[in-house]
Design a protein around this ligand. Structure first.
Ligand SMILES: Nc1ncnc2c1ncn2[C@@H]1O[C@H](COP(=O)(O)OP(=O)(O)OP(=O)(O)O)[C@@H](O)[C@H]1O
Length: 370
């Protein structure tokens, strides 16, 4: 999938932007506050239906305007061209269009355009909460198997029902009626069926992902040998329903389900110690880069599909050699890469890539350099 035209209107300080990006590498530079990250943020909206900077999408509507629009035309591998658009209004309306057809499901659009982003904050994947690591695995699964997101939504719906029941039991001091216990049993079984399938999907993803990661990390960080482990969120040698039933007393005390795939995580260690305890910030960024690149390769291997890769502020904490290595490897996966930096010098011209476009951003205007 390659984006060949992008139009942005009233998105932060980008009033009207129309560009025809390179299918390989796009280098974007400009002073602080010129609008570089806003350009990547607009692309991120296409792949996720949300920002990577705020959970209040209305903040991205340009001041004094009532909506923003983002429209992209794309070429797809061996398929007919695709056009996607989205509009967000200040009255919280979100409308997507796919080849002119309206859709209110952001995931319909997101499934068509895989987007990954690498920013100075991306090390949150390693130092932050397990939720970010679960989303990382689930992004990979979603793009290989789109039905995964429906399965996960169902799991969350069942989890909410089960938690509501546990909460009511926690509040009530009376002994639990057989009717309530039967209801809990029902939701426990449902949770177990969906949870086991999610866990199996994640495990098989992890199995095929791990060797790709190992190969890339030995290139990106040859001084370390990493050990990866995936944790299901419960002892998955025991069926989830049995595991939960054995913990009924503590679950009732807490009033929620504290085991299951919603508690899954993965860990990366070096000689038995968590990588975050050992690596420098720049090395942690390279580790995240290796994880993301492995995911890009995995998608390409499984679906012969590539997407957009956004690198915001590439100059931060990565030396020139590492930047060059990362971008060159990304281009090999046939990703369409967008890189931003403040200074043009930080955006080296890679030697073996010919299809490069350079854009200068100034006060919200984006111009292509000839
Ligand atoms: N809703 C909005 N409407 C108009 N302008 C906005 C809005 N939100 C943010 N801005 C402004 O848009 C400008 C562009 O911000 P952006 O983060 O894209 O800059 P940048 O080029 O990435 O800068 P830096 O190099 O400092 O990260 C900033 O001046 C910011 O204050």
């Amino acid at each position: 999938m390659k984006l060949n035209q992008l139009q942005i209107t009233n998105f932060r300080n980008l009033k009207t932007v129309t560009i025809s990006p390179s299918s390989d590498l796009n280098l974007i530079y400009g002073a602080n506050g010129s609008g570089k990250s806003s350009l990547l943020e607009a692309l991120h909206f296409i792949g996720f239906g949300r920002s990577f900077r705020t959970n209040k999408p209305n903040n991205a509507i340009a001041h004094q305007e009532t909506s923003f629009t983002i429209f992209a035309q794309c070429n797809q591998e061996s398929e007919s061209p695709l056009s996607v658009g989205l509009q967000r209004s200040a009255d919280d309306q979100f409308v997507c269009s796919i080849n002119g057809e309206r859709s209110n499901r952001v995931s319909d659009m997101a499934s068509l355009v895989p987007v990954q982003i690498f920013t100075p904050q991306s090390i949150e994947l390693l130092i932050g909460s397990p939720g970010a690591r679960r989303r990382f695995i689930d992004w990979g699964l979603f793009h290989v198997e789109h039905s995964f997101s429906d399965m996960f939504r169902n799991y969350q719906r069942v989890l909410r029902q089960r938690n509501a029941l546990l909460k009511s039991m926690q509040i009530s001091k009376a002994s639990v009626s057989s009717e309530i216990l039967a209801q809990l049993d029902y939701w426990t079984n449902q949770l177990s069926i969906l949870g086991t399938t999610i866990d199996e999907n994640r495990k098989s993803y992890w199995e095929s992902f791990e060797p790709l990661f190992k190969a890339i990390s030995s290139q990106f960080l040859p001084e370390f040998s990493f050990e990866l482990s995936y944790h299901s969120g419960w002892d998955s040698n025991v069926p989830l329903a049995d595991f939960l039933r054995q913990r009924f007393d503590s679950e009732r005390r807490y009033g929620y389900t504290s085991y299951g795939p919603h508690k899954a995580d993965f860990k990366i260690k070096v000689d038995g110690t968590l990588a975050v305890e050992v690596l420098s910030r720049g090395q942690l960024r390279m580790l995240v880069a290796a994880l993301q690149l492995a995911q890009t390769k995995h998608l390409f291997n499984q679906k012969n599909q590539s997407g957009l890769f956004l690198l915001d502020d590439i100059g931060a904490e990565l030396d020139e050699e590492k930047r060059r290595l990362f971008i060159n490897e990304l281009i090999k996966t046939t990703s369409q890469v967008f890189v931003t930096a403040i200074e043009k010098q930080q955006l080296f011209e890679p030697t073996n890539i010919t299809n490069i476009k350079v854009f200068h951003v100034e006060h919200g205007r984006v111009t292509e350099e000839q």
